[in-house]
Design a protein around this ligand. Structure first.
Ligand SMILES: Nc1ncnc2c1ncn2[C@@H]1O[C@H](COP(=O)(O)OP(=O)(O)OP(=O)(O)O)[C@@H](O)[C@H]1O
Length: 309
C-alpha cells in the first residue's frame, strides 16, 4: 500500500479546563478517499480536525500530512490542507473574488488563476464575484468558505459539518462538488452527525464518541457486518400486547399493533424466522404480508453510541 496522505498516531487532547476531548486516536487516510467522521455533539470531531490543521495543539501523538509532520513542518503540511470551518470567518466588506484570491496568496500562490474562476463557477459564485460578502445570503456565504478552502489547490479538503443548516440545493451542490473533487484526486474528510451524509458521500466511515474512535470501516462492509434486518409482519387483527409465547424472539408492536416487527441478525446461521412463523400459526395469529428491510447506518450508530445522531 502507498504511504497514506494523512497519518494520525496516538493523538490525544486534554484541554486546560481538564476536559479530555480525545483519547489516543490512530487513523490512516489514503489519497483520494472520502472519509466521514461520524459522531454526536461533543464527540471530539472538531478537536481532531483542528489538531490536524494546526489550530489546536495535541497533548500527545504525531500527525503526518503528505509525509510532513504537522507540527515540525507546519507550513508544508498546512499548505496541503483546505479547511471549511463551521463558522464564518471572512471580511464582510470584501468582494467574493478578492477574498478567495487573498486566501490563495496566503499560501504563496499567484493571484491570477483560471483555477479560481473554475472553483467560483463550480460553486455558482462566478456571477457574484464582485459582490461584497455581507450582501450574500447565508447559503452563498457558505459557498465562499468552500471556495476559500479550495483556493490554494489543497490535496486534502476538510469539511466540518458541511451541510448543518444549509438548504437542499446547497447540500446537493456540495455532494456533487465533493465527487468531482475526488475524481481529480482530492482527499476529502468530513465530519457530520447526519448519517445520511456519511451514507451518501463516504467510502469509509469512522464512528467517534466521547473522544474515542470506536470503529473505522468501509461503508459497505460496515453496513453488511453490523446490519441487522427487520421482518415486518402485517397482522390480520391488531394486537394490544405481545403474547408471552413469543418471548424467545426480539419482537415489538408497531403502527398501533397492526404490525409485528422482528429484528434478527442477517449473518446468523439461524435467523429464527421459520420458527417464529410456525409459532404464530400455532397461536392462531394470522398475517397478511411479510416484508424485510435492512437497517440503516443510523441503526448501527444507535447500537454503538446509544443515541440518535
Ligand atoms: N477550547 C476548548 N476548551 C475546553 N474544552 C473544549 C474546547 N473545545 C472543545 N472542548 C470540549 O471538548 C469536547 C469535544 O468537543 P468538539 O468540539 O471537538 O466536539 P465535536 O464532535 O466537534 O462536536 P460538535 O458536533 O458539537 O461540533 C467537548 O466536551 C467540548 O466541550
Amino acid at each position: 500500500m502507498t504511504e497514506p496522505i494523512l497519518s494520525i498516531a496516538g493523538v490525544t487532547k486534554t484541554y486546560k479546563s481538564g476536559t479530555t476531548a480525545l483519547h489516543p486516536v490512530d487513523l490512516d487516510i489514503q489519497k483520494g478517499e472520502i472519509f466521514a467522521l461520524l459522531g454526536p455533539n461533543g464527540a471530539g470531531k472538531t478537536t481532531l480536525i483542528s489538531i490536524i490543521c494546526g489550530i489546536v495543539t495535541p497533548s500527545a501523538g504525531t500527525i503526518k500530512v503528505a509525509g510532513y509532520d504537522a507540527i515540525r513542518d507546519y507550513k508544508q503540511a498546512r499548505s496541503r490542507i483546505g479547511l471549511v470551518p463551521q463558522e464564518l470567518n471572512v471580511d464582510m466588506f470584501e468582494t467574493v473574488l478578492a477574498t478567495v484570491t487573498f486566501s490563495r496568496r496566503l499560501f504563496g500562490r499567484s493571484g491570477h488563476s483560471d483555477y479560481i474562476e473554475q472553483v467560483l463557477r463550480d460553486l455558482s459564485l462566478w456571477d457574484k464575484r464582485d459582490a461584497k460578502i455581507r450582501e450574500l445570503s447565508g447559503g452563498m456565504k457558505r459557498r465562499v468558505l468552500i471556495a476559500k478552502a479550495l483556493s490554494h489547490e489543497p490535496e486534502i479538503l476538510f469539511l466540518d459539518e458541511p451541510t448543518a443548516g444549509v438548504d437542499v440545493a446547497l447540500r446537493r451542490d456540495m455532494w456533487k462538488l465533493v465527487h468531482r473533487l475526488r475524481e481529480g484526486g482530492t482527499t476529502i474528510i468530513l465530519t457530520t452527525h447526519y448519517i445520511e451524509e456519511a451514507e451518501e458521500m463516504a467510502d469509509r466511515v469512522g464512528v467517534i464518541n466521547k473522544g474515542k474512535l470506536l470503529l473505522v470501516d468501509d461503508k459497505a462492509s460496515l453496513m453488511k457486518k453490523l446490519g441487522k434486518r427487520e421482518l415486518d409482519i402485517a397482522l390480520q387483527d391488531p394486537m394490544t400486547t405481545i403474547p408471552a409465547e413469543l418471548a424467545d424472539w426480539d419482537v415489538s408492536l408497531q403502527d398501533d399493533g397492526k404490525r409485528l416487527r422482528y429484528v434478527f441478525d442477517a449473518q446468523a446461521d439461524h435467523t429464527g424466522i421459520p420458527s417464529l412463523l410456525r409459532k404464530l400459526a400455532e397461536l392462531g395469529i394470522g398475517f397478511k404480508d411479510l416484508e424485510t428491510s435492512k437497517s440503516s447506518l443510523e441503526d448501527i450508530f444507535v447500537d454503538l453510541v446509544g443515541e440518535r445522531a
